[in-house]
Design a binder for this molecule. Sequence first.
Ligand code: ASP
Length: 294
Amino acid sequence: MEEILAGAPVADAVVAGVTLVEDDPTDHSVGLGGLPNENGVVELDASVMDGATGLAGAVAALRGIKNPSHVALKVMRYTDHALLVGEGALRFARAHGFREQDLLTDDARKIWLHWKATLSDTDDWFPTPPKDVPPGAREMFGITGTINCDAIDTAGNLAGVTTTSGLAFKIPGRVGDSPLIGAGLFVDNAVGAAGSTGRGEANIVTVGSATVVEGLRYGKHPKDACLMACQRIVDATRVKRLQRADGKPDFNVKFYTVDKQGRYGGAAIWSGGEFAVCDAKGPRLEPLASLFTA
Ligand code: ASP
């Protein structure tokens, strides 16, 4: 918000917002300290979309660079492409002067090692002693975590960013929804900006963020547009392994949006979540709307 009020481009402002968390080694969902893939290597995904120019940039499966959102911004501004992945994304980041570092913090390594060592009792890995297992480690198995930040500036221009370390202990090379324009992020400067967190695979097959923006385009309130995208996912979830006994999805996906009028909203499949808002009334957390009560 400070960046927007200082007149920075809104795409830079949203990236500055998520940088605070990408840089935080104690947050295990994005950037430095993000949970690694199944081999213990942190692989990051991020996308940026700018309403004023209608351009997007993204990186996927990027290793060794703590701010994938910054690299995504450079892809948008300094290439003719929208998405760079893996080695190519890393070479591009190096060319732009990004410094490589080991993103696996000791805490994230211990959480990964606990997962690895307790995965099977018929392999050669024995569990580590309880004193080496960070509190809450087991609750982080298979979890997801991401930040989406969308904003409108005083001139009415919209932008958004989504950044993540993806699904914890994923297969190396797995790319989630976050760097995919239309799925983890979508911005239309005439309508609104939207993004998502949660099970990326479900969002990819329903192009959730584009769905939210289409909802806005046809007159839905931001909250209802987010609920519509959640309902699409519920309707598209037809295989048993992804359903609870009552047929509802056994995972969560959340959407966040701000429209051209500056109205905002957020919704999830399952209740219990909150999202952060900042406007003239100041920063605060608000509850997400939901389809189902957990
Ligand atoms: N959507 C992210 C992904 O699938 C994870 C998350 O939001 O928790 O990579």
